[in-house]
Design a protein around this ligand. Structure first.
Ligand code: MN
Length: 219
């Protein structure tokens, strides 16, 4: 079971990462959101992740950028320009610049994203969760927008929270928290964590680290 941090249209890093972790049938891949915007090829990222569904079970947690893209596509004016400004222009350029050229199945894939995912091994959100609130009652603001400060207490039931959204130089590992937005679209790493073995695989443009124990980043 893998969770993958903010991809932000970085298709080449995603390709290298998927080649490295080589998902097999029965694997679960949890996308922690912000697969779109900013990076060079949102369209190809979405294609790759849709194809991944042929092999693995893909769970797609919605990020604030998926929210902005869906809102920006649904509404002109303010929502559209906010999305364009926050990396939507690059996403749209990957489709040739016209909203009408975004394949409907890409929109279906974006719409299929969920607010959060949970299983016995962890809680998977884009941004954060509030400690004492049941998951189904968490606000969209917490789940998709609030930045991690790094001193949050563990979630009330003790499960580890896996999240992205708040850029880190390297994976942030704290008691009850693992944040793997490692700035792929800004020259940083694209990071996956294998939940059972507790290891990271990280890909940069010209570097890779494979199967690094989570504990090496804990301090
Ligand atoms: Mn985000």
């Amino acid at each position: 079971m893998f969770a993958i941090g903010d991809i932000h249209g970085c298709d080449q890093q995603l390709e290298t990462l998927l080649d490295s972790i080589t998902p097999v049938p029965g694997d679960t891949i949890i996308l922690l959101g912000d697969i779109v915007d900013r990076g060079p090829n949102t369209a190809r990222v979405i294609e790759m992740l849709m194809h991944l569904q042929d092999t693995a079970k893909v769970v797609f947690v919605r990020g604030n950028h998926e929210e902005m893209m869906l809102d920006g596509l649904a509404q002109k004016n303010m929502k559209r320009s906010a999305w364009m400004y926050h990396g939507g222009k690059e996403a749209l350029d990957s489709y040739g610049g016209n909203i009408g050229d975004i394949p409907p199945w890409h929109l279906d894939f974006l719409m299929s994203s969920v607010d959060y995912h949970e299983n016995p091994y962890g809680i998977f959100v884009h941004a954060t969760v509030e400690k004492n609130i049941p998951l189904h009652a968490q606000t969209v603001n917490a789940l998709r927008w609030i930045k991690l400060k790094g001193n949050e207490p563990p979630y009330m039931d003790g499960r580890t929270v896996y999240c992205g959204h708040t850029p880190q130089r390297e994976p942030l590992v704290r008691e009850g928290w693992i944040c793997i937005d490692t700035g792929a679209c800004r020259g940083g790493w694209l990071t996956a964590v294998e939940v059972h073995s507790q290891t990271f695989t990280m890909v940069k443009k010209d570097a890779m680290m494979k199967d690094v124990p989570v504990s090496e980043f804990r301090f």
